[in-house]
Design a protein around this ligand. Structure first.
Ligand SMILES: Nc1ncnc2c1ncn2[C@@H]1O[C@H](COP(=O)(O)OP(=O)(O)OP(=O)(O)O)[C@@H](O)[C@H]1O
Length: 285
C-alpha cells in the first residue's frame, strides 16, 4: 500500500528549475532514504512534500489525498518534520520547543494536558535530554538541539515522518540511537541521508538524486554499488557485507590505491589492472 505518491514534481526558484520531474512512491511503513550530492535538491524535494515550498507542477498524494488541498492543522497531524536547523530570533526552553509538537491537537487557548506533558517528558528521556527541560534551546550544542527537534517531531505522533539529515551534528552513539528510535516506531519515514552506512543500516528503499532528478530507486543492495558511488559522487569505494549483521557496508578509497603497498598490484581509477611501472617516486610510497 502506498503512503505517499510523488508524480512528476517540478519546482523552480527565480526561473531556475531545481526539481525536474520527480516521481516515486513511498510504501506504507517503509523507511526511504534520499541520497545525492550537495545541491542536488534533496532538501528542496522534502520542503515541497512538507509544504514549505509550493510545487510548480506535478502532484504529491498522501494517503490518497492531494497534499496541497489539506488544511495546515490536518497536515500537521499527518506529517512531522525534522528540518535542517534554521535560526530563530526567539528563545525557548527545551521543554517549550518539544511541547510545540503537540500543537496540532490543541484548540485555541487550550492548555497542555497531563498526557501531553507526560509524552514530552518521556520523549526527552528517550533522546537523553531528561535533565535539559528548563535549558535554553539557543545555548545547546548542535547535537543537543538536534535531539530536541527530533523529540518535538516524535511527540507530534504522526504516521509519516520527514527527516532532513537527521544525524547532522550527532556523534555516532546518538546517530545510532536516533535512527533506532525512529525505526522502532514503524512509521513511514522519508529521510535525506549523507552517510551511506547509516542509509544501508536503516533504509528499506533508497532514492538517488542527481541534478534535480531521480536517477535510481531501489533497495539498498540494488542502489548502493561502487558504480553508483562513482557515477553520482565521483568517489572510489569498496562495497562489501558486514559479516555479523549482513548489512551492506561502504568503505571509501583514494582514487589510486595500492593493495599490496607498492608496485603493480593496485587499483586504478579507470579500472585498468595491467602491469606497469610508476616513474613518480611519490606514487610508489
Ligand atoms: N531559496 C533558494 N533560492 C535559490 N536557490 C535555492 C534556494 N533553495 C535551494 N536553492 C538551490 O537549489 C539547489 C538544491 O538545493 P538543496 O538545498 O535542495 O540541495 P541538497 O541536495 O539538500 O544539498 P545539501 O546536501 O548540500 O544539503 C541548490 O543549487 C541550491 O543552491
Amino acid at each position: 500500500m502506498k503512503k505517499l505518491q510523488v508524480e512528476n514534481l517540478r519546482f523552480s526558484i527565480d526561473k531556475k528549475e531545481i526539481l525536474k520531474g520527480i516521481s516515486f512512491d513511498v510504501p506504507k511503513g517503509s523507511f526511504i532514504g534520499v541520497i545525492g550530492p550537495n545541491g542536488c535538491g534533496k532538501s528542496t524535494l522534502l520542503k515541497n512534500i512538507y509544504r514549505l515550498h509550493k510545487p510548480s507542477s506535478g502532484s504529491i498524494i498522501l494517503d490518497d489525498k492531494e497534499l496541497s488541498k489539506m488544511k495546515d492543522k490536518e497536515c500537521a497531524k499527518e506529517i512531522a518534520v525534522l528540518a535542517q536547523e534554521g535560526s530563530s530570533q526567539f528563545d525557548f526552553t527545551v521543554e517549550q520547543i518539544v511541547k510545540m509538537g503537540r500543537y496540532p491537537y490543541k484548540s485555541m487557548f487550550e492548555d497542555y494536558s497531563k498526557n501531553d506533558l507526560k509524552m514530552v517528558k518521556d520523549m526527552l528521556k528517550k533522546v537523553g535530554l531528561d535533565d535539559y527541560s528548563g535549558r535554553s534551546f539557543s545555548k545547546l550544542s548542535g547535537g543537543e538541539k538536534q535531539r530536541t527537534l527530533i523529540a518535538r517531531a516524535l511527540v507530534q505522533n504522526t504516521d509519516f515522518l520527514i527527516l532532513d539529515e537527521p544525524t547532522n551534528h550527532l556523534d555516532i552513539g546518538y546517530q545510532i540511537q536516533l535512527m533506532d528510535l525512529v525505526k522502532s516506531l514503524n512509521i513511514t519515514t522519508l529521510s535525506a541521508i549523507h552517510d551511506m552506512n547509516i542509509a544501508s543500516m536503516y533504509c528499506d528503499y533508497i532514492v538517488v538524486m542527481k541534478k534535480g532528478q531521480v536517477i535510481k530507486f531501489g533497495t539498498v543492495e540494488e542502489v548502493i554499488t561502487s558504480e553508483m558511488l562513482k557515477e553520482v559522487f565521483g568517489v572510489n569505494a569498496y562495497v562489501g557485507i558486514n559479516p555479523i549483521n549482513k548489512k551492506l557496508q561502504v568503505s571509501f578509497m583514494h582514487t589510486h590505491e595500492h593493495i599490496n603497498g607498492v608496485g603493480h598490484d593496485h587499483i586504478h581509477e579507470d579500472g585498468f589492472s595491467g602491469e606497469h611501472v610508476h616513474y613518480h617516486e611519490h606514487a610508489l610510497q
